[in-house]
Structure formats: C-alpha cells, structure tokens
Design a protein around this ligand. Structure first.
Ligand code: ADP
Length: 274
C-alpha cells in the first residue's frame, strides 16, 4: 500500500484561537502521480519512433544513396509513422471512453456477427504477421443478441483477437466463441495456445502501457493500450474482462457482458477451457 497523506490547514479565526482543517489527500496525490506517469509514458512512446524517423531523414539528406537504399529507409520511416498513428488513435479511443457517459445500450447486436468480424480481423492480421500459418476458428454458442454499443464492442473484440494473433507464434491455434451463462450473462471469449502470461503480471495487464515483453509488443505493432481499452469497454457495458492464463499453454480472455437475448438455443454450448 501507499502511505496515507493528510493535508493540514490552519485558520486563525479569533484572538488566540485556531481552526485546524485536515483533509485526506492520499487519493488526490495518487491520481496526480498516475497522471504524471501517463504523460511520461506517452512522451516516451512518441519520442522513440520520432528519433528513428529523424535519424533516417538525416541519412537521406547527407548520404548518397541508391534507389534501393532510399526505398528501404522510406519503408522503415513509414513503419515508425504508423506506430505513432496507432498510438494516437488508441489514445483518442481511450479518452473518448473515459470522458463520455456509458453508451446507450438499447441497440441489440447479433453476437455471431460481432465474433465473426473479430475472427476475420484476426485472419487478416495472421496473414500479415505469420503468413497465415495460424488456425483461427469460431466455436459458435447459442444464437443470441446483446445490448451494447457496436463499435465499442467491435474494438474490444478486435483488440483481444489481434493480441492472440500477435503473441501466439506461427502454427498456433486461436479460437473465438461465446457462451450464455446460467444467469444469462453473455461471455465472448478468445483463447490461444501461445506463450501464456505469468500470474504476477495478470493484475497489471490492463494498465495503460503495461507490457510483459516490450520488444515483442512493439515489433508486432502494439501500443500498450489495447487491454486498457477492452477493460473500459467492458466496464461501460456493466461487464468485466476476465483473464486466465498458464505459462507455456496459452491464455483465455473473456469479455463478460450483460444478459443476452437468446433467439435459438444451440444444441450444446461449450464453455471455454481455461
Ligand atoms: P500491447 O499493445 O502491448 O499488446 P495490450 O494492452 O493489448 O498492449 O496488452 C498488454 C500486454 O499483455 C502485452 O504487452 C502482452 O505482454 C500481454 N498480452 C496480451 N495479450 C496476450 C496474449 N494473448 N498472450 C500473451 N500475452 C498477452
């Protein structure tokens, strides 16, 4: 824990009399420290690609290069610019999620469409990152609808699916699916047989910019904000993000959402294995 901080103010209010006002500012100071951390992190995340780009500009300006070399340098600069772009987009998404009231959840969304869209996104990314050498499957649950905000849920599922693809090596298996729990809550899950995450990291995984392996995250285009976004979306829908993982075996991320409207029950629904 953090030590408690008390602010003390003294007001003289009559001859020889003082009013002592104390206020617990622990939370305030913690929030301030978090804000400072965040700004430092964002600055660092912007500075590193910018340094690379600046370096290449200098090289292009000063060295006589042939066409092939120029193309190579421009390609590397474009990569770094894309990294900054992804960061800015995730930052904007986060600030929108944090600064706006919860979404109007009166819209009923077809669960299978949400999951298939995330699977398609995962397949496209797997083609780019692993030459398609990953199996990406959908294990269908009951035909159901969930009340929520479509683009937010799509972005949350897209983040979970792309993490599974990015952290699981070529040859791995990724399964997306959904389950309606006994209390009717809907759970959409993404399972991979990738490296898994050690238990000591799990509690911090949804913190902004928290990464287990910095270089693996960066090399695959990670901003460090994906799971923070997923957690926000879950909470805004009155749900939560649950993570089960075993090192060397894989991870399951479950997005638990409010009660679903089941249209046609599936013959059998399978729960995600841990
Ligand atoms: P990043 O952009 O770094 O992927 P996220 O917030 O999406 O940021 O994830 C935070 C960290 O959680 C990642 O850097 C990675 O270490 C870990 N992680 C997320 N998903 C997985 C997964 N499917 N398998 C293993 N590790 C994961």
């Amino acid at each position: 824990g953090h030590p408690q901080r008390i602010a003390v103010q003294i007001f003289p209010y009559a001859k020889g009399r003082r009013l002592l006002l104390t206020r617990d500012v622990t939370a305030l100071q913690l929030a301030e420290a978090m804000r400072r951390d965040f700004v430092a992190n964002v600055s660092h995340e912007i500075r590193s690609p910018l340094t690379v780009i600046t370096g290449f500009i200098e090289t292009l300006q000063t060295l006589p290069l042939n066409d092939a070399q120029r193309q190579q340098y421009l390609g590397l600069m474009a990569q770094q610019a894309q990294r900054m772009q992804a960061l800015v987009e995730d930052l904007l998404t986060l600030s929108r999620l944090e600064g706006s009231p919860p979404p109007d959840a009166s819209q009923w969304l077809e669960v299978s469409a949400l999951v298939e869209e995330a699977a398609a996104h995962a397949r496209a990314l797997a083609d780019v990152l692993h030459g398609g050498r990953q199996t990406i499957e959908v294990q269908r649950g009951p035909h159901a609808e969930v009340a929520g905000q479509g683009s937010e849920l799509a972005s949350a599922l897209g983040n979970l699916a792309s993490n599974a693809v990015r952290y699981t090596p070529a040859g791995g298996h990724i399964t997306l699916g959904w389950t309606v729990l006994p209390d009717e809550a809907l759970e959409i899950w993404v399972r991979d047989d990738g490296p898994g995450i050690a238990p000591e990291h799990l509690p911090r995984l949804t913190e902004r910019f928290y990464r287990v392996d910095r270089s693996r995250s960066r090399d695959t285009g990670g901003t460090g904000l994906g799971l923070a976004i997923v957690k926000h979306v879950a909470q805004r829908h009155g749900g939560e993000l649950l993570i089960d993982s075993t090192v060397g075996r894989g991870s399951t991320f479950r997005l638990r959402l409010p009660p679903a409207r089941v249209l046609v029950p599936a013959p059998s629904t399978s729960a995600p294995a841990g």
